[in-house]
Design a protein around this ligand. Structure first.
Ligand code: 3HC
Length: 707
């Protein structure tokens, strides 16, 4: 990326209008060189007597994606955003920001400081800082509130959502929307304004929308969301700032926002969320792929199985505008699946997350069949039937016969061996895992699982395809449980063994929820039903693959089910229920005491912090083994998997980030102490030991001050 301010912002004159073109790849972020370029070019335009108006536009059909996220936490360089904004806001010549692509965060804040904005109809605008643990710190909370009122400001800034140009115009964020050439439209607009003469409007001075603000709105918003926002700062400060826009003078409001931004910037949650921003983008990249292996074009997808998973996957496909054929074995199963899909769409229309026209378009792309031959022209087929190797092998054998030779065949298995599935076909190079998470139309993670023979083209294709249907792809290697469920097993196991040592299920749930998981483990198990897991364990016991004499096997779950407690649906599980209301049940503690006595486990008390530390340390140690074996490409992929697939709190950055922030040396201490106490389930990962010995982080980079 060029660091030259003069090329970062180019200067041309079209008649009497200066055009400042921001050319600062990849996304025109507000890096030091770009801001310096803006200052120089704005001054040049101000001094140029032949210029009567100024247009600011981005190169490559994009405006500005906000502050340069890579510069957070580093000493500030170059002019501040405020200095650039002042030049736009107080310019004697009218300034028009011409918005195409994205105007996000500081990018939109830059534009809101200008008196005028013209947008291409496809442009997207938003203040997504909250996703990085931040708030708009370039006057966004103040100007947006003054332009569109506090309700709109809270909605946009707290959600971080992007809105289209038409909506932005309706809300007063842009003055004109065009389908024609944006630069021409913006120059015409600027010339008209220059001809009409000033003064030019300043959003920060508007009072009409804030004068009538309902003061109860802010307290209502805080109390309605207090639980959801626990552990974070940014959303609370956003409400404070929008309130400040309604109650303070422009200058005071800006000062208030500046202090709140600084507070968020320095909070631990910001570092965790910025880590995730880059981790998510990194996860989509595959190391060592042949650069010639380009993703195949996927025009039609087949989905096998119209159950909850299959239906959700099909919805994700058609939502992205791709044709999909859903296959079931019986008409009844197909009808039930399609009914569920329609029901889900009805809910999204009611919630306002999708319009009727969008739903009609999506359903128009969905066809259904009972006949495998209808998959003949699919470019990708995703199998999503229940977890049975025999059934899956039969399906893949059939798919191999009926689909075109270069079609990619994917399995949504959450744990089965991809190589064994691939061996049922004559094209193992085209076979891969695509593990979606329930509900698949909502959950962002797609854990792609490479088999030994999956080709680079197959891998590149599913990684690109997952992104295209709005998922966050991660690439895993083939082992039992892959990345996600392998660590989940450790998570559940450690929690179960903590119960045996003296904690109650509700203690563990309270601790996990307090840490930021959306729901406790035992409430979640009760909700999904305990009988399915029980039957699976019994199957494994019969097959001799589950050793019930091992210290890692905790019989509590089985005792609970054998007592007729199958979870919420039977009114009792780990908790007892009245309707959906769970309450602690002393009967479970009695069972737990019996289990602990039979296994002779010494009893102790746990604080919430100890519970969380014990569980997360076990997860991170397993994560290190996964890394060491090459099952995950990088530690941050494990974080992405946990945040987007398993509800790990974003503001904690993922289990590997948590461990690194705690200190890998501290993690090793915990792991070693537990190893001495509990034996091999806590065997330290060799990679963890090596990183600590070398004073390095998970990625093998030296830790500052170590060594
Ligand atoms: N700063 C630095 N780098 C950025 C960046 C930013 N604001 N936004 C994107 N990038 C980088 C990405 O890391 C990626 O780098 P890589 O190629 O090395 O992996 C590259 O730009 C392309 O990004 P994407 O892969 O995400 O490209 P897309 O085309 O899919 O999406 C986008 C483009 C919609 C702009 C998306 O990148 C995005 O949402 N960016 C973040 C926007 C944002 O959060 N802005 C607010 C920043 S905070 C702020 O402005 C504070 C202010 O209030 C003071």
């Amino acid at each position: 990326m060029s660091q030259d301010p003069d090329t970062a912002v180019r200067y041309d004159v079209h008649g009497d209008v200066a055009v400042l073109t921001i050319d600062f790849p990849p996304v025109n972020a507000l890096g030091a060189a770009m801001k310096e370029g803006m200052v120089r070019r704005m001054r040049q335009a101000a001094e140029d007597d032949a210029v009567h108006a100024i247009v600011v536009i981005g190169d490559n059909d994009r405006f500005v994606a906000g502050a340069d996220i890579r510069e957070f936490g580093k000493p500030p360089r170059g002019p501040t955003l405020l200095e650039v904004q002042d030049l736009l806001e107080f310019s004697e010549k009218p300034v028009v920001c011409a918005i195409d692509g994205h105007a996000l965060g500081g990018g939109l804040e830059l534009a809101l400081a200008a008196p005028f904005r013209v947008a291409a109809s496809r442009a997207k605008l938003g203040l997504p800082e909250v996703n990085l643990g931040l708030l708009p710190g370039g006057g966004g909370t103040q100007r947006l509130t003054r332009i569109a009122g506090p309700e709109v400001a809270l909605d946009l800034i707290l959600s971080g959502k992007h809105i289209g140009a038409a909506k932005a115009k309706e809300l007063g964020l842009v003055d004109e929307v065009t389908d024609a050439d944006l630069l021409t439209a913006a120059i015409d607009f600027a010339r008209r304004k220059a001809d009409a003469g000033g003064p030019w409007p300043r959003a920060i001075e508007r009072t009409d929308k804030v004068a009538t603000a309902d003061s109860a709105l802010f307290e209502k918003t805080r109390s309605a969301n207090a639980k959801k926002w626990a552990g974070t700062i940014a959303p609370f400060r956003i409400v404070d700032c929008v309130e400040a826009a309604c109650t303070r003078s422009p200058q005071d409001g800006l000062e208030f926002e500046k202090a709140a931004f600084k507070e968020c910037l320095e909070a631990p949650s910001r570092a965790a969320q910025v880590h995730l921003f880059f981790a998510e983008r990194q996860a989509a990249k595959v190391e060592g792929l042949d650069p010639a292996a380009k993703p195949r074009d996927i025009a039609k997808v087949g989905v096998i199985g119209a159950g909850t998973m299959g239906g959700g996957i099909a919805m994700s496909v058609v939502n992205a505008g791709i044709a999909c054929v859903l296959l079931e074995v019986t008409q009844d199963a197909l009808d039930a699946g399609l009914e569920k899909v329609r029901g889900n769409y009805d809910i999204s229309i009611k919630r306002g997350s999708r319009s009727q026209a969008q739903v009609d378009a999506a359903l128009g792309l969905l066809t259904s069949t009972l006949d495998y031959d209808d998959l003949a022209d699919c470019d990708l087929v995703i199998e999503a039937v229940f977890e049975n190797m025999g059934v899956k092998k039969e399906i893949f054998g059939t798919l191999d016969r009926v689909t075109k030779p270069d079609a990619i065949l994917a399995s949504n298995t959450s744990a089965l061996d991809i190589d064994e599935i691939a061996a049922a076909t004559g094209r193992p190079e085209n076979v891969i895992g695509m593990h979606f998470f329930s509900p698949a139309n909502v959950m962002k993670l797609c854990e792609n699982v490479r088999g030994t023979k999956s080709s680079d083209t197959t891998i590149a294709t599913v990684m690109a395809f997952a992104k295209r249907i709005g998922k966050v792809p991660v690439l895993a290697g083939n082992c039992e449980g892959f990345i996600g469920n392998r660590i989940l097993k450790i998570y559940g196991q450690e929690a179960d063994l903590i119960l045996e040592q003296g904690a109650a299920p509700w203690d563990v749930d309270r601790a996990l929820k307090g840490f930021g998981f959306p729901m406790g483990l035992y409430l979640m198990r009760d909700m999904s039903g305990l009988d399915v897991g029980y039957r699976m364990r019994q199957g494994r016991i019969e097959a001799g693959t589950l050793d019930t004499s091992s210290p890692e096997y905790s019989p509590l779950a089985d005792r609970i089910v054998e007592a007729g407690r199958h979870g919420q649906k039977t009114g009792a599980g780990y908790y007892k229920y009245e309707g959906r209301d769970a309450s602690p049940d002393p009967a479970v503690l009695d069972m737990l005491r019996d289990v602990a006595a039979a296994k002779q486990v010494p009893q102790r008390r746990f604080t919430d912090e100890e519970i969380v530390e014990q569980i997360l340390a076990a997860m991170a140690n397993e994560g290190a083994k996964i890394l060491e074996e090459g099952i995950a490409q990088r530690a941050s992929d494990i974080d992405v998997t946990y945040v987007y697939g398993y509800g790990f709190p974003k503001h904690e950055g993922g289990p590997m980030f948590w461990a690194q922030r705690k200190g890998l040396d501290k993690l090793l201490e915990i792991v070693r102490a537990n190893h001495a106490k509990f034996g091999d389930r806590w065997k330290p990962a060799a990679l963890l030991e090596a990183r600590v010995a070398d004073g390095k982080d998970w990625d093998g980079k030296p830790i500052a001050g170590a060594g």
